[in-house]
Design a protein around this ligand. Structure first.
Ligand code: GLC
Length: 412
């Protein structure tokens, strides 16, 4: 406090500087750099320091870490960046931000607000949305005489095979046709959902709660993916997550890659070898159409924060349109507010923003709705067993049978 009449600005500043908010967030892609700039700006504007606890963790590892903080009722973190699949699992640990957001909630994509609303409480404010895209090399498609990117899994296999063969013959022994996330982590569950849903194999657990993972079409989709490993995909794809696949594609060593939106900005940077040589399109279709998994991150205020009101203000500031626009322009993080897609600055920075939005609004959610607080257990069962199939340690049929009974048991 400033006790004396005429006390100086410096005294006031050092007073305020003691107020610190701590936020745990992801630094994938350009997210870390942008967050540091926001933190500095927030401190200049409010006098409240924002400390970033930012590590590159994938979703599965981040969940484990958050569960440790929250389980220990830690007051060390005021705000958490949470995955779109976590609201039901972690709802009890977060403050209801609905009253503070008020009518502004209508400015966000309604399905994401509904996703984040558990038992009438808004557990988190949408920070950015996400969708799975197929990245492809425009120069290589042209070189090999393909006019359009692949529309179906069959076309993808044909094109990836031909380009891989040609590039290897031309001397790049490391070149690979198709990259995706095969590591035993959440990203694999996202890929599996896309394979199954697009090929008539259902959504693992349907919206009405039925477990449908064990069916002939899911089986043939899994069998197809298993054959990619060591074929059009590298043998170690079963150890790769999002950013590991992004690095290989960025180095120019792949024709196609499934990945999220953040990779777009990173790979368009001046020093990226593929900066002007790639585009995105929808994930290939099977006979049930195109399916892209819904992703994205939200800001949630910890119940154990000692300054929840200030933390809510910061969450509102970070998710406001001007910050979302900067995150879209500098990091291709897809805005969770539809209006931000329409600004000319966003369109200029991300030429494919309209296509990205179109894919986003047609995404399928993972079964975190019907499985509620059991989602992470269900997903862990899926990515653990499917990873074994992809490694050749388990046969697809018995794996799906086992998953069917394990998931049912978990949900009982
Ligand atoms: C991305 C998505 C997130 C998903 C994760 C899986 O971060 O936004 O929803 O769970 O990838 O690795």
């Amino acid at each position: 406090m400033c006790y004396f009449a005429g006390c100086t600005d410096t005294a006031r500043k050092s007073d305020n500087a003691r107020r610190v908010l701590r936020i745990h967030l992801d630094v994938i892609g350009n997210g870390g750099r942008i967050a540091r700039e926001f933190a500095a700006q927030y401190e200049r504007e409010t006098g409240i320091a924002v400390e970033l606890i930012s590590e590159r963790l994938n979703s599965s590892e981040r969940l484990t870490q958050y569960q440790q903080y929250l389980g220990a009722r830690s007051a060390d973190v005021d705000l958490y960046e949470i995955d779109v699949i976590w609201p039901a699992m972690l709802a009890d640990y977060f403050v209801d931000v609905g009253p503070a957001l008020g009518k502004e909630a209508a400015e966000f994509f309604p399905p994401i607000i509904r996703n984040n609303t558990i038992g009438g409480h808004l557990t988190a404010i949408p920070f950015h949305a996400d969708a799975g895209f197929l990245y492809y090399r425009t120069d290589l498609l042209e070189k090999y005489g393909f006019e359009k990117p692949p529309q179906t899994w069959d076309e993808l296999e044909g094109m990836a095979g031909k380009i891989q063969e040609g590039e290897r013959a031309a001397g790049n022994a490391n070149f690979t046709g198709y990259l995706w996330q095969g590591k035993a982590r959440e990203g694999l569950t996202c890929n599996v959902l896309e394979w199954f849903a697009s090929q008539g194999g259902g959504r693992i657990v349907e919206t009405d709660g039925r477990v449908t993972i064990n069916n002939p079409r899911a089986l043939s989709a899994l069998d197809r993916a298993r054959k990619w490993v060591g074929g059009i995909s590298p043998p170690n794809v079963t150890d790769l997550d999002e950013d590991e696949t992004r690095k290989i594609f960025e180095q120019g060593n792949a024709a196609f890659m499934r990945n999220w939106s953040y990779a777009y900005s990173v790979m368009r940077a001046e020093n990226s070898p593929v900066a002007t040589k790639f585009k995105i399109t929808q994930i290939p279709a099977g006979d049930s159409g195109h399916f892209s998994t819904l992703g994205g991150w939200q800001l949630a205020v910890s119940r154990y924060s000692r300054q929840p009101e200030e933390a809510i203000k910061l969450a509102k500031w970070l998710t406001a349109a001007p910050r979302q626009e900067i995150r879209a322009i500098q990091g291709s993080f897809l805005p969770s507010r539809p209006a931000v897609y329409e600004t000319s600055a966003t369109a200029a920075a991300i030429p494919q923003i309209a296509e990205m939005k179109e894919i986003l609004v047609n995404t399928v959610p993972r079964p975190s709705g019907p499985t509620t607080e059991r989602y992470s257990e269900v997903s862990t069962l899926i990515f653990t067993r499917i990873n074994k199939v992809l490694r050749g340690e388990l046969e697809p049929g018995p794996a799906l049978e086992a998953l069917d009974s394990e998931i049912k048991r978990t949900l009982q």
